[in-house]
Design a binder for this molecule. Structure first.
Ligand SMILES: Nc1ncnc2c1ncn2[C@@H]1O[C@H](COP(=O)(O)OP(=O)(O)OP(=O)(O)O)[C@@H](O)[C@H]1O
Length: 412
């Protein structure tokens, strides 16, 4: 009984202190619901019969006084409640143990060699290409991007992840590897025109190499740099198409994927643009691959994450707000101009200030100003960007709502 109460106590603590663990347990148990129910009914019956048996023994062995007799209905209720509670806790724990055993027996084997999801890539040529010195495309605490060419002429972008801490024990490494493999299998199954598809992955001693198509236009950050340096011009129609594509990719991750996938690091360097400027989100879902994902504190950090609150789909929307703001203003979100123009604030503060003052036109990139109809769309888009950059997550629209809001701006 003590043990059962102890387990019940731990369960309750988990429920109140670690909500995520509790939801995980609840989800796991849901799978075994019929078993839990059966065990619960059985234990309820068994415990109640036992308690009632003990009770009736007590009654018959004692020459009961008048007051004992009055207490009996209370004792019967207590017996039934105790029977129900211990039965429930016992069955839940039993089902959980069975679930753990089943999971242990079915756990993913650690794969050796490359895992390929594209017919254009052969295992041997991939390994050969990875062993060569490759051209560095980008680097961050979360890994490095390299460009490499396979023997068949296909150019690929490879993200090198090193998710293990140098001193982590082998058993911990193995469980991280299994976890990463499962996540990669899930990511490889996603198909959407606005997502970079995972073409293959290779497990190496110190990490994983993730293989994607190489996109020669580069990222939105690269393209906007060229626009600022007057090497390239992209008008409002193309910029709006980019915004719509980004939000459609997000909508797919947030509303179509089961379980829901959060991007966790949406910013202009993680949006690739193909030759027609169709956007494709990169690096989505990396948080689950990298337990120590470094998001740093940057301009893209949603306010709720500065205060250590939970990252939600609305935090991804904040990242989208920055992207829309960059497309509208033509400026880098890190431009000191925003701090000066909004007394120490950022792009979001500046857009909100202009909206309140009815001066949204001030925000627009002068190089895209033109027809009146287009200008009206841009002014409405300023309002949408300001809403996405709201300090309160609840005030930001969802990706689903954003698809409708943006596609209604013109006839997509
Ligand atoms: N598939 C790709 N094709 C072409 N270039 C790419 C590709 N993937 C990434 N890049 C290049 O790499 C850059 C991004 O590198 P990286 O992801 O290391 O930097 P980051 O986005 O600042 O870091 P993090 O996402 O970890 O915060 C892009 O701006 C782009 O130039």
């Amino acid at each position: 009984m003590g043990l059962i109460c102890g387990c019940g106590f731990v369960f309750c603590v988990l429920m109140f202190k670690k909500r995520q663990t509790f939801f995980y347990l609840a989800k796991e148990l849901l799978v075994f619901q019929p078993l839990v129910l059966l065990l619960f009914l059985f234990s309820l019956h068994h415990n109640t019969v036992q308690c009632e048996g003990r009770l009736s023994k007590n009654i018959s062995s004692e020459t009961s006084s008048q007051s004992d007799y009055k207490d009996n209905p209370r004792k019967v209720i207590v017996s039934i409640v105790l029977g129900a509670v211990t039965g429930l806790i016992g069955s839940v724990l039993f089902a959980f143990v069975i679930r753990c055993i089943v999971r242990y027996l079915n756990r993913t084997p650690i794969l050796k060699g490359p895992v390929i999801f594209s017919p254009k890539i052969a295992s041997k040529t991939l390994q050969l290409a990875l062993s060569k010195e490759n051209h560095l495309l980008g680097s961050s605490p979360n890994g490095k991007y390299y460009k490499t060419v396979l023997e068949n002429g296909l150019t690929i972008a490879v993200k090198r992840l090193t998710p293990f801490e140098s001193n982590s024990p082998e058993s911990r490494r193995k469980s991280v590897k299994r976890q990463i493999q499962m996540e990669l299998e899930l990511l490889a199954s996603l198909r959407h025109r606005n997502l970079m598809s995972l073409r293959a992955y290779v497990r190496q001693n110190d990490g994983f190499s993730l293989v994607y198509d190489y996109v020669s236009t580069g990222s939105l950050a690269d393209v906007m740099n060229r626009v600022r340096e007057n090497e390239l011009q992209i008008g409002w129609e193309v910029r709006l198409r980019i915004a719509v594509g980004v939000v459609k990719g997000l909508q797919y991750l947030h509303f179509t994927c089961v379980p829901q996938i959060l991007h966790f690091n949406l910013k202009p360097t993680n949006v690739m643009l193909d030759a027609e400027f169709e956007p494709r989100l990169a690096d989505y879902g990396l948080a689950k691959l990298l337990p120590n994902l470094d998001r740093g504190i940057s301009l893209n950090t949603p306010p709720e994450c500065l205060h250590n609150r939970r990252y939600t789909e609305k935090s991804d929307i904040f990242g989208f707000g920055m992207i829309l703001g960059v497309l509208l203003t033509g400026k880098d979100a890190a431009d000191p101009f925003f701090g000066e123009a909004s007394r120490g604030g950022n792009l979001g503060c500046w857009l909100r200030h202009l909206k309140q003052a009815g001066e949204e036109r001030e925000a627009l990139d002068k190089s895209i100003l033109g027809e009146q109809g287009e200008e009206d769309e841009m002014l409405m888009a300023v309002g949408i960007a300001a809403a996405c950059l709201s300090d309160m997550p609840a005030d930001r629209p969802s990706s689903d709502e954003l698809v409708h809001m943006l596609t209604q701006l013109n006839s997509f």
